[in-house]
Design a protein around this ligand. Structure first.
Ligand code: S3P
Length: 424
């Protein structure tokens, strides 16, 4: 198991181009594998999670190959039955979106993943797909992977989802491409799928009462995608810049889709100095971001804001540990069923730094202060926990030891190199 021992090493200064957005990378590969012609994808995130999606579409007949500085996705005329179980690795987005695709195919597929993924809830996606007519079995009656999907001709269904989830919404939209589908979420989750499918010729209507209606399509038009930088990766540098004395970090070309960019609002509330330089974007808005070190104050992150920065809450908890006063994170029970139980993991790690943390079922209360360390964190199976504590280490006098740091390969294999490139 890979272990990192990191400690303060001066100010973090420099320019970074963070890797491509993970959510958009998955979609660019998967949706184009269903289209009626080839498409080019630039700046795709080269990490384990999108690779799992790439391998999955290859297993069903698509060709994905390098083409200059891009990748080209060549869809088959029709997806074919995979000859083996599809291993989605650590990637929740792969297994849930793929479940939607497989539900609409007239063949049998079996989807599984690593130990972390096999513990994560699948009922949320299995139940709506069963309602549409797919036959799905799995461990604990489909509550956990492996899941076996016998798809085929589905029917149009209205889904009133109990939990806002872009993965479940996307699975339903993909399953419903031929039949049409209506979906309502209690709050709007990230909308990358809607934006990309609209570019591919799907007619989507959002009603004032929250229903999203997708009309049936005969085929998807291929779409070239230039993947913006991942705001979830940028978030580590935004917090690093804010908490390490003397730091100044410039981040190029980061996606700032409003359904995703809650971290910018949360840091603004905490008094962080982050400048946003908006740029011309395509379907997704992008900006350069400049962060400078400065004092932070505690805040409350809940409701819609918590949803818009759900993946950034671990690193925001680190920001809170270095802020003056109390930070409350609420309405984020979903954190307990991510790659790890992120509430428990963050609370345990922050306590080893000397920070008082109260765990709640749907979040935590952090008393900010001066983390002293030496800290210790077990990040096994969870990339975002590893990177959060690597950032904390750079501002903790006693440093932090991170076990299972190789988890960063899910979303940011070059994280350590980028961290070391930021020098005074
Ligand atoms: C994602 C949606 C979110 C997010 C995950 C990626 C996506 O999960 O936490 O990292 O790409 O659709 P949920 O759909 O479970 O909210």
């Amino acid at each position: 198991m890979n272990e990192w021992s990191l400690a303060p090493d001066g100010a973090l200064r420099g320019r970074l181009r963070v890797p491509g957005d993970k959510s958009i990378s998955h979609r660019a590969i998967l949706f184009n594998a269903l289209a009626r012609g080839p498409a080019r994808v630039r700046n795709l995130l080269a990490s384990d999670d999108p690779k799992a999606t790439m391998d999955a579409v290859r297993a069903m007949g698509a060709v994905v190959e390098p083409d200059g500085d891009a990748l080209i996705v060549r869809p088959p005329a029709r997806l074919t039955e995979p000859k083996d179980v599809i291993d989605c690795g650590n990637s929740g987005t792969t297994i849930r979106l793929l479940a939607g695709v497989c539900a609409a195919q007239p063949f049998h597929s079996v989807l599984t993943g690593d130990g972390s993924l096999r513990r994560r809830p699948m009922k949320r996606v299995v139940e709506p797909l069963r309602r549409m007519g797919a036959r799905i079995d799995g461990r604990a009656d489909g509550a956990q992977a492996p899941i076996s999907i016998r798809g085929g001709s589905l029917h149009m269904v209205q889904h009133d989802l109990p939990v806002p989830s872009a993965q479940v919404k996307s699975a339903c939209l993909l399953a419903g491409l031929q039949t049409g589908v209506a979906i309502r979420e209690p709050r709007l989750s990230r909308d990358h799928t809607e934006r990309m499918l609209a570019k591919m010729g799907v007619t989507l209507r959002r009603a004032p009462d929250g229903w999203l209606v997708a009309l049936p399509v005969e085929h998807l038009d291929p779409v070239d995608v230039d993947v913006p930088g991942d705001i979830s990766a940028a978030a580590f540098w935004l917090v690093a810049g804010a908490i390490v004395p003397g730091s100044e970090i410039y981040l190029e070309n980061v996606g700032i889709n409003p359904t995703r960019a809650g971290v910018l609002d949360a840091l603004d509330r905490m008094g962080a100095s982050v400048q946003v330089f908006k740029k011309e974007g395509g379907a997704e808005p992008v900006a350069d971001l400049l962060v400078r070190f400065g004092p932070l104050i505690g805040t409350r992150i809940d409701g819609d804001l918590a949803l818009r920065c759900i993946d950034e809450l671990p690193i925001l908890a680190v920001a809170a540990a270095f802020a003056e006063g109390e930070t409350v994170i609420a309405d984020a029970a979903e954190l307990r069923v991510k790659e790890s139980d992120r509430i428990a993991q963050m609370a345990a790690g922050l306590r080893t730094l000397g920070i008082e943390v109260e765990e709640r079922p749907d979040g935590m209360v952090i008393q900010g202060g001066r983390p002293a360390g030496p800290g210790i964190c077990d990040a096994t199976g969870d990339h975002r926990i590893a990177m959060s504590f690597a950032v904390a280490a750079r501002a903790t006098p006693g440093g932090v030891t991170i076990r299972g740091a190789d988890a960063v390969s899910s979303s940011y294999p070059g994280f350590r190199t980028d961290l070391e490139s930021l020098r005074a």
